[in-house]
Design a protein around this ligand. Structure first.
Ligand SMILES: Nc1ncnc2c1ncn2[C@@H]1O[C@H](COP(=O)(O)OP(=O)(O)O)[C@@H](O)[C@H]1O
Ligand SMILES: [Mg+2]
Length: 285
């Protein structure tokens, strides 16, 4: 896959902070959905964001992508303030998928990816209108890139299929391909395995490792703690809008506050669940 992003040899976080949230607070009327949330995402890192329903996870993504302007606090990308405009945020290298899939159902899989690609096509309106040589070159490049992205996420066979006809799990992967088409440096995934079976979930875990190996930093929201603990370098636990715990999967699973506030099961039960996840995870690392 060709990419404008510098290649980083596999492995975990290596570099400097690429995305930074500082004291992000989001108030909806009387509801404080996020309260003073701060964290940094390093280059090449995979961060997991977990927490109960309504904890503020999606709201945090909305604040990181310019969809919401935080009531207070700030978000920066490579040290620069994040624009308050989702299209400009995408241009600057932050892509996302949505908890509720947002594809164009009546467009083919390939066309859905092309939509993402158009963010990177530098075309003057006149050139597009006249369909001149530069337009045709650009279109050919986009088509080639689309083919590679569909192959990368394992959807080549569905290129000409309408998005709405794809199996649910494949629609989620198509959304990831469309997000990758924007050449992101940071990818935010909101519940990428929701509704997937065990096999699809495992394929998605491997896909996220492959994305990280391209040099893209990832934040992933998921309820499946087994998935998160075997995928992520670092885990953030959000409870009622506050960052309760932050640490390695080992640190987080051992933290009594997490067990009590989030996992809600007796510690030994939680531990057994996480150990089982690790045993399985070792086969794939
Ligand atoms: N646009 C909005 N207007 C009002 N309340 C909202 C809005 N978006 C989210 N909320 C509320 O903020 C809280 C956090 O929601 P959300 O971020 O979706 O949680 P999570 O993704 O962790 O399940 C919830 O109580 C939700 O109802
Ligand atoms: Mg959510």
């Amino acid at each position: 896959m060709t990419t404008a992003i510098p290649m980083v040899a596999g492995g975990s976080a290596s570099g400097s902070t690429i995305l930074q949230a500082s004291g992000v607070t989001m108030q909806f009327g009387g509801l404080r959905a996020l309260n003073d949330v701060s964290f940094g995402l390093s280059e090449g890192e995979i961060i997991g964001l977990i927490g109960p329903n309504g904890a503020g996870k999606t709201t945090l993504f909305n604040c990181l992508t310019g969809l919401y302007a935080p009531t207070s606090g700030a978000v920066s990308l490579r040290g620069n303030p994040m624009p308050q405009d989702p299209a400009r945020v995408t241009e600057q290298g932050v892509a996302r998928t949505f908890q509720n899939i947002r594809l164009f159902p009546s467009m083919t899989a390939a066309e859905n990816v092309m939509v993402g690609r158009h963010v990177r096509m530098k075309q003057s309106p006149l050139s597009s209108l006249l369909h001149g040589p530069s337009f045709r070159r650009s279109e050919a490049e986009a088509a080639e890139r689309t083919e590679k992205l569909l192959a990368f996420v394992g959807l080549s066979q569905f290129a000409g299929e309408l998005a709405r006809n794809l199996p649910y799990g494949d629609q989620r992967r198509l959304e990831i391909a469309r997000a990758l088409a924007t050449d992101p440096a940071v990818l935010l995934l909101d519940e990428p395995t929701a509704g997937m079976n065990a096999q699809e979930t495992e394929a998605t875990r491997q896909l996220i490792f492959a994305i990280r190996d391209l040099g893209i930093s990832v934040v992933v929201i998921e309820h499946d703690t087994k998935f998160i603990f075997t995928l992520c370098d670092r885990v953030l636990v959000l409870v009622q809008g506050e960052l309760l715990v932050e640490g390695s999967p080992d640190e987080v699973r051992g933290d009594p506050r997490v067990v009590e506030a989030y996992l809600g099961a007796p510690p030994d039960e939680v531990d057994a669940q996480i150990h089982a996840a690790e045993d399985e995870g070792e086969n794939h690392r």
